[in-house]
Design a protein around this ligand. Structure first.
Ligand SMILES: NC(=O)c1ccc[n+]([C@@H]2O[C@H](COP(=O)([O-])OP(=O)(O)OC[C@H]3O[C@@H](n4cnc5c(N)ncnc54)[C@H](O)[C@@H]3O)[C@@H](O)[C@H]2O)c1
Length: 359
């Protein structure tokens, strides 16, 4: 896999967003979110989403001209209408509202509906931490990908959850994860390598584990209603799969029930996705405590004796911090297939092809 310079990756995202015809504010936000995602190693949700967004614009399910709008704001909450535009801008506004409310009242909620895919949830939680606040970002689902415990068929999505907390003098702690045991992308990677799935990641409609990665990926992508990702905790209840399923249910309710977004499950055309953003200004509530606490906790966790000395205990966000440093120095790896797809998007939108290989 070739590596591309971070600067050219950012410029490429920016050029394609301009090619989509979005306004400057939308372009700036979307570019920043996708580039930060690629730099952090979350390859499934950055530049690789552009060919999908291109198709969604062509299909009319994403409106590149839409500008999200605050439709109700009172006390500690704001309700936002994404107007079916790019999810990143609606999410950015949602978290900005939550942050503003929290700075005034200690706690703030941004609830977003009528929205599309927003990329990696961690970006938005991190926005709060960068302002000295704790932040949480949740998103409802649009595709039936996750099989609820005991069901033959999938219904929930990979409903992501992100949480960030400031740490005195250091990078924040950032938890950013799907509520299924793995996201779809990890199944795809095994399918491309022609290797069997290594664990209980996908079940079929008999509740049996599907280890054929190609069949699992094809079934999930075609929404054959047979294959589903397993919730965090695994298949059945023995290792707590019902608790992962419960977590996905909570994420769905907080994200979609408040703004009145769609029920879970695949749907033709526009699927109304909802988001939930929470910000907490701990300095207003109890000054001088939380960020020091987070530092002490993370130091203690990192200091635990590891099972394997070659693999020190990490805290959420540590892998991404390491990858950011590594990619900043050595470039961002992009699969040849993806680069080909991006060339096609450039040709179709009139955007310049700008990716430059890292030397
Ligand atoms: N927009 C959507 O609809 C959607 C849906 C699902 C997932 N996503 C995104 O997909 C991305 C990937 O999700 P994922 O579940 O594959 O994440 P992951 O499994 O790679 O990481 C999950 C979390 O675990 C932490 N982590 C990883 N290794 C660790 C270790 N050894 N010790 C301690 N912590 C560790 C990471 O820092 C991260 O916070 C996320 O950015 C998520 O927001 C988005």
């Amino acid at each position: 896999m070739k590596r591309y310079t971070p600067d050219s990756t950012r410029s490429q995202i920016d050029a394609i967003m301009a090619g989509f015809g979005v306004d400057d504010a939308t372009r700036t936000v979307c570019t920043d979110v996708m580039f930060a995602t690629d730099l952090s190693g979350v390859d499934s949700h950055g530049i690789s989403m552009l060919p999908i967004y291109h198709r969604e614009i062509a299909a009319g399910t994403t409106d590149p001209d839409a500008v999200p709008e605050v439709t109700r704001s009172a006390g500690a909450f704001s309700l936002i209408d994404g107007h079916r535009g790019f999810g990143h801008t609606a999410a950015h506004l949602g978290m900005r509202e939550a942050i503003a409310k929290a700075k005034e009242m200690g706690i703030g909620l941004g609830s977003v509906g009528n929205a599309n895919h927003f990329g990696a949830a961690g970006y938005y939680a991190r926005m709060a931490a960068e302002e000295g606040l704790m932040g949480m970002a949740l998103c409802s689902t649009r595709e039936a990908l996750q099989t609820p415990t005991g069901s033959r068929h999938p219904l929930m999505g990979t409903n992501p959850l992100a949480f960030a907390a400031p740490v005195t003098g250091e990078e924040p702690i950032v938890i950013d994860m799907a509520s299924s045991v793995v996201p779809l992308n990890k199944v795809k990677v095994y399918g491309l390598k022609g290797e069997p799935l290594p664990a209980e990641w996908v079940v079929d409609d008999a509740g049996e584990v599907e280890t054929d990665a190609g069949a699992a990926y094809a079934g999930l992508c075609s929404h054959d209603d047979r294959h589903g990702l397993v919730p965090i905790g695994g298949r059945g209840t023995l290792s707590g799969g019902h608790k992962g399923y419960a977590l996905a249910t909570m994420i769905q309710l907080l994200s979609a029930a408040i703004p009145g977004a769609d029920q879970p499950g695949s749907k033709a055309g526009f699927h109304d996705v909802g988001y939930f953003f929470l910000a907490i200004d701990t300095e207003l509530i109890n000054p001088g405590v939380a960020a020091d606490y987070a530092k002490e906790l993370r130091d203690t966790l990192r200091g635990l004796e590891p099972v394997d000395p070659a693999h020190p205990v990490q805290v959420a966000g540590d892998p991404e911090t390491r990858i950011r440093a590594e990619r900043s120095a050595h470039g961002i790896p992009l699969a040849d297939t993806l680069v080909g797809q991006l060339q096609h998007v450039c040709a179709d939108t009139g955007a310049e092809f700008l990716l430059a290989e890292q030397v």
